[in-house]
Design a protein around this ligand. Structure first.
Ligand SMILES: O=P(O)(O)OC[C@H]1O[C@H](O)[C@H](O)[C@@H](O)[C@@H]1O
Length: 430
């Protein structure tokens, strides 16, 4: 992963080279803390050891009995879906089994998906670390019933990925389902490079070893200086900018295949860093599409933003045909890839010219190795930011509050959070 922070030095807000150099001492201290957390495999920090601890053979062996299905439906939400979706969307190949993600519980979408699938040739991947998430368990029950109704033995078509105990673990044991463990100490949003994120990619035949090798390369680049580690350069710069008022971070990949990456990043950044009244709001954008919509705001709106521009250095290209239209003749002989690159550089320059801080993040290609670098790099950046901001990066109490309230409302237990729903202030205008 290559990170270019040149365009933050003179921005508004911006962070000068001197300020970054002064901050490097704090980066060194944070790095030491991170390394000691990794050495002791402490909760959360253990995620940064996945390049060494994840077992690609185990994952391949668990999914091998399913062969080459027509489709794989992952039933999971948040960190139990977004990592896998990021990988399979980015690596998608026409010949791969189709990958679907049932995260939300919108009944129309769930019914439409279940009715469109050939269930006898579909594999169901139920993922929940806790085994208690209402959306995941409900969707699974719906899919299971649909399989029963279609005369398909769901126990032949289902595998689970879960913690060592809980509802899903019991279900797997009861029905003798293949089961993968969510590794200890790895929160969902940091689990893309584990059983949680990699099982569907394994069914699709993607190269898990290259993915982990890319992540390992990025891990090797972690060091006590932000000027030597791309991941820390990103984490330290985003933190410094947030301190100076860049409260929104617009993540803007210039590759359709990385659209899900921006979703994954949004969870990582929001759930890890948004606490104690601080944080940086992730916004999702896509280049070049959002140059024609959101860019107006990013360049000319409130000075509270940073834009992160992501692209692969190489990609498959397609020529733009020559045209007889004189005004468009400059396009002929060029390519869509060149156009996209020009759009990327134009956006970068346009933001810089207006003093809006922006960071360029590149990988060589959108392939397993590049994704390993990118996902690991962003996770390490996030952990560093959390250390610098002194927040508890690996917890999500605000999310859990809502989970308890919803559970209480559904009669799933006595939760005082549910009472707050009845106490809502209303001011209805009709
Ligand atoms: O894997 P599960 O236990 O089902 O959790 C799924 C998701 O639930 C919550 O919303 C957490 O805040 C997320 O971090 C987690 O990824």
């Amino acid at each position: 992963m290559y990170v270019d922070i040149g365009n933050v030095l003179d921005g508004t807000p911006g962070v000068s080279r001197d300020a970054l150099e002064r901050m490097d001492e704090s980066v060194a201290a944070a790095h030491e803390r991170i390394e000691s957390g990794r050495a002791d495999a402490e909760h959360g920090y253990a995620a940064l050891n996945l390049p060494e601890t994840a077992d690609a053979d185990e994952i391949r062996a668990a999914v091998e009995p399913f062969g080459d299905p027509e489709a794989v439906v992952t039933v999971g939400i948040g960190g139990s879906a977004l990592g896998a979706a990021t990988l399979t969307e980015a690596l998608a190949d026409e010949s791969d089994p189709d990958a679907y993600y049932l995260d939300n519980v919108d009944p129309e979408r769930v019914s439409a998906l279940v009715e469109s699938l050939s269930l006898s040739d579909t594999v169901v991947n139920v993922v929940s670390r806790s085994g208690t998430t209402a959306e995941t368990l409900s969707n699974f029950l719906v899919v299971r019933e649909a399989m029963d109704d279609a005369g398909v033995d769901w126990t032949d078509r289902t595998f689970v990925t879960t913690g060592r105990e809980g509802n899903l673990r019991s279900l797997a044991e009861k029905h003798d389902l293949p089961a993968l463990d969510v590794p200890d100490g790895v929160p969902g949003r940091f689990s893309a490079l584990s059983t949680v994120g990699m099982a569907v990619a394994a069914i699709q035949g993607h190269d898990l070893d290259a993915l982990l090798a890319g992540a390992a390369d990025e891990a090797d680049r972690l060091s006590g200086s932000l000027f030597e580690s791309p991941a820390y350069a990103y984490g330290a710069t985003t933190y410094a900018l947030a301190q100076r008022g860049a409260l929104t971070n617009a993540m803007m990949p210039y590759a359709e295949s990385l659209e899900y990456f921006a979703e994954w990043f949004a969870q990582l950044w929001a759930e890890s860093l948004g606490k104690d009244g601080v944080g940086q709001t992730p916004a999702r954008a896509l280049g070049a599409t959002d140059q024609h919509s959101q860019l107006q705001l990013y360049r000319a709106g409130p000075r509270d933003k940073l834009v992160t521009l992501v692209r692969p250095r190489e990609r498959e290209d397609r020529a733009i045909p020559e045209t007889e239209l004189e005004g468009l003749s400059y396009l002929g002989g060029s390519s869509l890839g060149e156009l996209l690159s020009a759009e990327f550089e134009a956006t970068e320059a346009s933001l810089a010219a207006a003093g809006v801080p922006n960071v360029r993040v590149e990988i060589d290609r959108v392939d397993e190795r590049g994704l390993g670098e990118l996902l690991y790099g962003m996770e390490a950046a996030c952990v560093l930011y959390g250390e610098l901001a002194d927040v508890s990066t690996f917890t999500q109490p605000a999310v859990e509050w809502g989970k308890r309230a919803a559970r209480g409302l559904l009669g799933g237990g006595d939760f005082e959070e549910a009472d707050a729903v009845a106490e809502k202030t209303t001011l209805v205008v009709e």
